[in-house]
Write a protein that binds this ligand. Structure first.
Ligand code: PLP
Length: 387
């Protein structure tokens, strides 16, 4: 919506280049490595693996592709069940459908907004009694905050079900000092344009299982058998990352720590200026974890604050400020109508409450203090507090 005298747009999370990307891109051009393989791809994989502390990484065309590969490696197919966090972006669960498998959605708990171990345990117990255990559990780290991994890993070990950690939003975050994305059999990162670092589009599959990642590379390059002629005995995908984009990723990884600092600073400033307003609550950070604060999220008690999420979003939009509601839980999506869902407890549905009361404020690492103050002023005025 364009308005007269409109101010500069403040984006939710826009790409933030360091400048060094062009050096890697130029090198790719000069050496003519213009393909979904090459020195930047190899180096970017090693650099990510080193950074998060896993044996290996496979660079792919998107985070969604990485999740799809992980499900393929775990042989998820028609008739299988996969447990998945409900409060997430649809990309976490779409690959379950690609494989013809059946998702089962798990609610959040209030301390991390992520998968509720309590609801997960309930789902495991019922699946065990039914004799139909899930083939995998997809755990999401929302807005950079790690899920309660100790509890979740312990439950999944108890039932012997592998974890795929969807860390698309949490690169650079830690849980008890260990990098987010390294707690499952597979970890997934995304470098989409809105993520904390970006290659415009791209993803990474990480694991300590070197054999599995070898197979991931095979599947991601059309599953070509060892033969001179083109021979294929299984379904493959065209999922590898371009060597040009991997160059962007290498330069972005060099500044990841700075990006985390910048986003955490934005969060702290929002929290400081808005956190004491009655009815306003910022997304918590679990003890012994450090979130990259990819997006600053908060909930508003509409009765106490005497306003609605909708009117806040509309007003911000009129001010040319991009803000968004919290992800709509997947069990509420028309796409997943009729899919089984386990709430946190019989009477508490955490993800639905977060969806109904939550919003995300502009959180890009390239947002200036001045721009952020414009957002803060706007929200304050809406909440009838004088600046
Ligand atoms: C962005 C995102 C993805 C998908 O990543 P793409 O690279 O866009 O395919 C998956 N899961 C979550 C939670 C995300 O935020």
């Amino acid at each position: 919506m364009m308005q007269k005298g409109q101010q500069k747009r403040i984006f939710l999370s826009s790409p933030h280049m360091s400048g060094n990307e062009l050096n890697y891109i130029n090198e790719a051009f000069e050496t003519n490595w213009i393909a979904p393989l090459g020195p930047n791809v190899d180096a970017f994989e090693k650099e990510i693996a080193n950074y998060v502390g896993v044996s290996e990484a496979v660079a792919v065309s998107s985070g969604t592709a990485a999740i799809h590969l992980a499900l393929s490696l775990l042989d998820v197919k028609k008739g299988d069940k996969v447990f998945c966090s409900s409060l997430t972006f649809v990309a976490s669960a779409n690959p379950i459908l690609y494989q013809g498998a059946e998702p089962v959605f798990i609610d959040s708990e209030p301390e991390t907004w992520n998968m509720s171990p309590q609801a997960l345990e309930m789902a495991f117990k019922e699946a065990f009694i039914d004799g139909r255990m899930p083939k995998a559990v997809i755990v999401v780290n929302l807005y950079g905050q790690s899920a309660k991994m100790d509890e979740i890993v312990s439950l999944c070990n108890q039932y012997d079900v592998p974890i795929i950690e969807d860390a698309a939003e949490s690169l650079g975050s830690t849980y008890k000092g260990k990098a987010s994305g390294t707690f499952g059999m597979f970890g997934v990162f995304s470098f989409n344009g809105n993520k904390i670092i970006t290659t415009s589009s791209g993803g990474m599959l990480v694991s300590n299982d070197i054999e599995a990642l070898k197979k991931a590379r095979f599947l991601a390059t059309q599953a070509k058998d060892q033969a001179l002629h083109y021979q294929h005995s299984t379904i493959g995908f065209n999922y590898r990352m371009s060597n040009i984009l991997a160059g962007i990723g290498r330069a972005q990884l060099e500044v990841l720590e700075d990006r985390v600092k910048a986003r955490r600073l934005l969060f702290d400033r929002y929290n400081q200026k808005l956190g004491s307003i009655p009815g306003v609550k910022f997304m918590p950070e679990l003890r012994q974890t450090e979130s990259n604060r990819w997006l600053t999220a908060l909930t508003i008690d509409e009765k106490v604050a005497e306003t609605t999420i909708e009117s806040i979003l509309n007003t911000l939009s009129e001010e040319n400020i991009e803000a968004r509601p919290v992800w709509k839980p997947l069990h509420m999506q028309p796409l997943f109508k009729g899919v089984k869902y386990y709430s946190h407890s019989e009477n508490t549905n955490v993800s639905e409450r977060l969806f109904n009361t939550g919003l995300c404020l502009p959180s890009g690492s390239n947002i200036t203090e001045e721009d952020q103050m414009r957002v803060i002023k706007c929200v304050k005025e809406l909440l009838k507090i004088r600046v």
